[in-house]
Design a protein around this ligand. Structure first.
Ligand SMILES: Cc1cc2nc3c(=O)[nH]c(=O)nc-3n(C[C@H](O)[C@H](O)[C@H](O)COP(=O)(O)O)c2cc1C
Length: 192
């Protein structure tokens, strides 16, 4: 049987990003659980702010098409989002908006979201750990017809969440990580 493929996408471009760090930690745990993990940076897929006139004139940008096909080549997708003003950053929303406009021949609308398992996580410096961004992201993905697994990881006080080896150190965070990894693998396997 071919390997279970999981795509990991951090929703921040910032060097030293707390969410890129969490994405790396979850990617490592997914790989240890046997998944074939691809971790990308949205810095490699710059996109203009969505504009219907731009789409009408020039079509969907190549980077959005590439991202959509990248999603299509994986059984599961993990999005790790910062929280900005109680929601997702424009980068995350704009990327999803563009991907949702890619229509490949012989595919129904939303098929790339419907046909794979999605998981979400967030890291923030405060106590809530990005839970409001997670609620927003779950709603956005659901509107795209994605199946978002129930387990999620909201990492509170993210600067202090790691030990010297950059492993999560609090039992509740470790438990949430393991539960998310187990459930994402389980749901992704059903998409194979
Ligand atoms: C415009 C802006 C709005 C923010 N709003 C929130 C917020 O609502 N909740 C929160 O927990 N952190 C908020 N933050 C702090 C971010 O969580 C913090 O900067 C985090 O490190 C960003 O993620 P990153 O490290 O992955 O880039 C905000 C930061 C910015 C720049």
């Amino acid at each position: 049987m071919s390997a279970l493929k999981i795509l990991v996408i951090p929703g921040s471009l910032r060097s030293g990003s707390l969410n890129a760090k969490l994405a790396a930690v979850i990617a490592h745990a997914l790989a240890q659980a046997g998944a074939d993990v691809t971790r990308i940076s949205l810095a490699d897929y710059p996109l203009p702010i969505y504009d219907g006139d731009l789409q009408a004139k020039s079509g969907v940008p190549k980077h959005a098409v590439d991202l959509k096909r990248m999603l299509g080549a994986h059984h599961g997708v993990l999005l790790v989002t910062p929280e900005y003003n109680s929601s997702v950053p424009a980068l995350v929303k704009n990327t999803i908006d563009w991907i949702s406009r890619v229509q490949d021949p012989h595919e129904s609308r939303g098929q790339v979201f419907r046909d794979r398992a999605f998981a979400i996580a967030a890291a923030s410096g405060n106590r809530l750990g990005g839970t409001r961004a997670l609620a927003a992201l779950r709603l956005i993905l659901s509107a795209c017809h994605a199946t978002v697994i129930p387990n999620q990881l909201a990492l509170s006080f993210a600067e202090q969440a790691y030990d010297d080896m950059d492993r999560l150190k609090h039992p509740a965070d470790i438990e949430a990580l393991q539960a998310l990894v187990r459930q994402l693998i389980d749901h992704s396997q059903r998409m194979m």
